[in-house]
Design a protein around this ligand. Sequence first.
Ligand code: NAP
Ligand code: ZN
Length: 351
Amino acid sequence: MKTTGYAAYSADKPLAPYDFERRELRGNDVAIEILYSGVCHSDLHTARGDWGPYTAPLVPGHEIVGKVIAVGPEVEHYAVGDPVGVGCMVDSCQDCDQCDHGEEQYCRNGMTATYDSKDRITGEPTQGGYSKHIVVREEFVLAMPDGLDLSRAAPLLCAGITTYSPLRTWNVGPGSRVGVIGMGGLGHMAIKLAIALGAHVTVLSRSPSKEKDALELGADAVLISTDKDAMKAARNSLDLIIDTVPVKHDVTPYMPLLDVDGTLAIVGQVGPMEEFMTPPAIMGRRRIAGSLIGGIAETQEMLDFCGRMNILPECEMIKMDEINTAFDRMEKADVRYRFVIDMSSVDAPAA
Ligand code: NAP
Ligand code: ZN
């Protein structure tokens, strides 16, 4: 199937148009016309080479919402016309203990990422959602709940699940005290989801200009992380902190905010961190943890939860050819709070 989109050609060049082929449908494949594609900071990290070299051209995008246009003969759960989503994974071994208990993101044999990965059967590069179409095996396709505004739902497929999963892992519910560092795409979803789960939510931002928005989203408190007195006054006040900062930083100033046995869960993929001081971890048995997206079953649970509670990201809709400006703005933390590409801004390739 011919398709078209935008690709990264090298770390120092802007994304540019790219025509390419999607595979012929296998028995268990679902072909999707992509309607909306969210723009994650991971797309920017990848395209700019923050995570090392990549095979170009590379089509980013792992927050995908669209409708089914064809299904393979063995597909059981989807039919033409269904609204569906695809997140950060498109395959895994389906055979190891991690896949068996629904945590394909930790597949012992390595999950297949939506882009910058290799198809498990042909070895061809996987290509993501900044494109008109995608073909994905049924097990990695998500059902979009009825009534959820599809034009705003795409960021749930990465920003949503990446923050929902640690909230669930650390049993956040009524009475939990949750902090969120960085009010960007992931951070603003962490705020909304933690509130919906019943938590008391404190936002930790460098940007005083985001304070009003944080309170409007329902946050109970905002701490400007550069305000030393406020940070001191808030010691021992949190059970879980979700750290979404996308660059190397020092977690030491945040650790004392945790109560005894509290956890700081890092989701930002930044490589080496600044050295951190051990005393705040030791004096209170505080932990530093990490978390990677979430499994397919948990992603469906999160989508259904958002459907029931009508939780949607705050989005700024862009056209495909505005992606390079969007990347520059994302780098400056100038996004409120997720760019979503309207894929109708790209013409379908000639048949
Ligand atoms: P984003 O929309 O750019 O938001 C990041 C936020 O972090 C910014 O809005 C800003 O908030 C804060 N920030 C930015 N630069 C900073 C700096 N120099 N120092 C301190 N804070 C800074 O990014 P995102 O899409 O939410 O992604 C965040 C990170 O998570 C990225 O590294 C991404 O690759 C990673 N990620 C991980 C997973 C996973 O599975 N673990 C999944 C998706 C993404 P304030 O203005 O409020 O300070
Ligand atoms: Zn992402």
